[in-house]
Design a protein around this ligand. Structure first.
Ligand SMILES: [Zn+2]
Length: 266
């Protein structure tokens, strides 16, 4: 008996920065149009490969990942946060971010953004070599300084808990669901039980965002509820933090967006 061949997919690991949304969405759409391949996207603060280890491992094992790409960018908020930690030394109270800062030698934002390219490439190459040596590893950096921003809408964030079988890159549509525009939505995205709490903590602390939506699929509902409780427990020194859970369903003809709001916090 021959095993069914694994589905061929591409993987993109990138930063949650809103200025990357359109570029990532376009890349995923182009890959689908040109080769019929799905692109699975994972995003967190800085495109940190180590913090997405569980999702990357899951996807490399489950699929024939032809290309794994890390996309970083200039003017990165995560690198600004590291520059701050380097500057303040031990005064930072965030152990996780302090550990992340130790991976970098540079102390200025521009140097850190360039160094981030090699830090993430090294980490990804190590994981790929262990699990899927045939996967092509690519890294690139996008210039986001001239991406037009729409300042008429509120900045909001969404955490997309995809299942490996269903990944979302329709950021324009998801931004619409949370009531903002694509250039005002920050997306954190994974498929496995990665630790997202430090990244989510940056939203109110570093970006002033107090409106967070957790998108789940049928397969990730229980994880979404657990994350919802975790965030509510943390509160990140922001009593006004508002978290909403939304289940994304496969669209039925009668149900255009296929979206159902499950729960809303006070
Ligand atoms: Zn960034």
């Amino acid at each position: 008996m021959e095993e069914n061949p694994k589905e061929k997919v591409n993987l993109i690991i990138s930063c949650m920065d809103r200025r990357l949304n359109e570029a990532i969405e376009a890349r995923a759409e182009n890959t689908l149009a040109n080769s019929g391949k799905r692109t699975i996207v994972l995003r967190n603060a800085g495109g940190d490969v180590d913090n997405l280890h569980d999702s990357i491992t899951e996807l490399l094992s489950k699929y024939d990942v032809e290309e794994a790409r890390v996309t970083v960018h200039n003017d990165c908020g995560a690198m600004k946060n590291i520059a701050q930690i380097k500057h303040n030394g031990q005064s930072s109270d965030d152990t996780h971010r302090k550990q992340t800062a130790e991976k970098y030698a540079n102390t200025d934002v521009e140097g850190l953004c360039k160094e981030n390219l090699t830090v993430q490439l090294d980490s990804l190459q190590k994981i790929v070599a262990q699990i899927s040596p045939d996967t092509k590893v690519i890294v690139d950096s996008l210039d986001v300084l001239h991406v037009p921003l729409d300042n008429s809408k509120e900045k909001k964030a969404a955490i997309i808990l995809d299942s490996a079988e269903r990944s979302h890159t329709n950021y324009s549509e998801l931004a619409g669901i949370i009531g903002t525009s694509i250039s005002n939505a920050y997306f954190i995205q994974c498929t496995a039980k990665d630790n997202l709490i430090p990244d989510i903590g940056l939203l109110p602390k570093a970006l002033g965002i107090n409106d967070i939506t957790i998108f789940s699929t049928e397969k990730t509902n229980s994880r979404a509820s657990a994350l919802f409780e975790d965030i509510n427990k943390q509160k990140f020194a922001s009593p006004s933090l508002h978290v909403t859970l939304v289940e994304l369903r496969v669209a039925q003809p009668a149900e255009q967006h296929g979206v159902k709001v499950k729960h809303r916090s006070l």
